[in-house]
Write a protein that binds this ligand. Structure first.
Ligand SMILES: Cc1cc2nc3c(=O)[nH]c(=O)nc-3n(C[C@H](O)[C@H](O)[C@H](O)COP(=O)(O)OP(=O)(O)OC[C@H]3O[C@@H](n4cnc5c(N)ncnc54)[C@H](O)[C@@H]3O)c2cc1C
Length: 389
């Protein structure tokens, strides 16, 4: 065997798994198609990740948290959901759970950079950057991967961490539910005249969804979702016009807005893999579950998936057992499916409820929001989930 664990994909899920295995008696290889320089200094991609307390704990345990520039960590103290012009706001605040921020927001590229720094000198890890996967086969004995440059690598366990459109998943013959939503999400950091007071808003307005995530200072991450064709026109605006457009769409609630960093557009698609494991293989991160970003859980679930898999693999390695035994992989699959299915289904339900413009749906969401604002138990349950440690 060339290694024990072969991870395809050096994104947040792949790198955090590699780091989780640092002290295990295992040889690990990460194959990443982006060049080494892009891993070392990832470019700003507009994504601001709202981390749950559990994810913050995991990043601390991995040694990545202390590598994040403190000025890039912004507290999110309260979250409000707004519906059209309705005065009923559903509000989530941490006061009933011992205080402290509901979440901390960190730019995605900073997390990737910090994770890279935790693994760059890891003795049991070989990082092969700038090369992808051309073919693979698995058997009861081993997984064998052929790289684009013709090299072949064998491993006891193959891990797919190569995004929601995972090529490894396809090559393993694992099907997936893929929902292309025909909508695009623009993320754009803005400066504004008004104060956000640490409050994030998710405003499901008619024909658009606009979220504002509070960042340090008078800055926010504006997250605009529109039908893909309409987004093309907005994406073509220059910075001054885009600032004015976002101010208008947010009805001046935060005063005048100006673009603070380049805008990025993501076509929206959610994915759910039919299996999270196969012979000598496991799927983690977005390769297993590709969440809609609206509930900010994709990264958090990805971190959870690698922690679940790492725990099982390390325990097996320490006992001298097979790290890719069918029973181990079934256990991983079952645990992560149970952890992710409810949030995946609830998020998709929320998206359908709030983007359906038929009159019946408008009445239903108004009623849901109104009921939600009167159901303290539901609010507390969601707050507790966000603050889960
Ligand atoms: C606008 C936006 C906002 C978001 N906000 C949040 C949030 O607030 N909270 C949250 O929890 N999540 C959020 N997410 C989701 C989060 O960004 C993703 O869940 C996370 O990046 C997934 O990590 P990953 O490592 O699984 O996959 P990716 O980040 O997609 O990384 C996959 C890696 O695999 C590599 N790769 C692909 N194919 C191959 C191949 N054939 N060979 C080798 N390498 C390959 C890629 O180059 C890449 O480096 C957001 C997403 C978007 C789009």
């Amino acid at each position: 065997m060339d290694c024990d664990v072969l991870i395809v994909g050096g994104g947040p899920a792949g790198l955090s798994l590699a780091r989780s295995l640092a002290d295990a008696p295992l040889r690990v290889i990460v194959v990443e198609k982006q060049p080494h320089a892009a891993l070392e200094a990832p470019g700003y991609d507009g994504r601001e990740i709202a981390l749950t307390h559990r994810s913050i704990g995991t990043l601390k345990a991995l040694g990545a948290w202390d590598l994040l520039p403190p000025e890039d960590v912004s507290p999110l103290d309260e979250a409000r959901v707004l519906n059209g012009a309705s005065p009923f706001a559903l509000s989530f605040d941490p006061a009933s759970h011992g205080g402290g921020p509901l979440s901390l927001i960190v730019p995605n590229h900073r997390i990737r950079e910090a994770l890279f720094r935790t693994v760059e000198h890891q003795p049991n890890l070989t990082l092969l950057a700038g090369v992808g996967v051309a073919a693979l086969k698995t058997s009861a004995r081993a997984a064998e991967v052929t790289l684009d440059d013709g090299r072949t690598l064998s491993a006891k366990l193959l891990v797919a961490a190569d995004s929601r459109f995972s090529g490894v998943r396809d090559r393993l013959g694992i099907g997936a539910e893929v929902n292309r939503l025909g909508r695009s999400m623009m993320v754009c950091r803005v400066r504004h005249d008004g104060e956000h007071h640490g409050v994030a808003t998710e405003w499901f307005d008619h024909y658009q969804t606009l979220a504002m995530l509070p960042l340090n200072g008078r800055r926010s991450s504006a997250v605009l979702t529109l039908p893909a064709a309409e987004m093309d026109g907005i994406a073509a605006l220059d910075e001054a016009a885009l600032g004015a457009e976002l101010t208008r769409r947010y009805q001046g609630k935060l005063g005048r807005m100006e673009v603070d960093a380049s805008a990025h557009v993501y076509p929206l698609a959610t994915t759910w893999s039919r299996h999270f494991a196969a012979t000598r293989a496991a799927l983690i991160g977005d390769a297993a579950v590709g969440m809609h970003p609206v509930t900010a859980h994709g990264f958090n679930l990805g971190l959870q998936s690698q922690a679940t898999l790492a725990k099982l693999v390390i325990a097996a390695a320490q006992r001298g057992r097979d790290i890719a035994a069918p029973s181990l992989l079934r256990r991983y699959e079952m645990t992560h499916r149970l952890a992710s299915r409810p949030i995946y289904a609830a998020t998709n339900w929320l998206v359908r409820l709030y983007t359906d413009e038929r009159p019946g749906a408008r009445i239903a969401r108004h009623a849901t929001l109104r009921a939600g604002s009167r159901l303290p138990l539901a609010r507390q349950a969601i707050t507790a989930m966000l603050m889960q440690r």
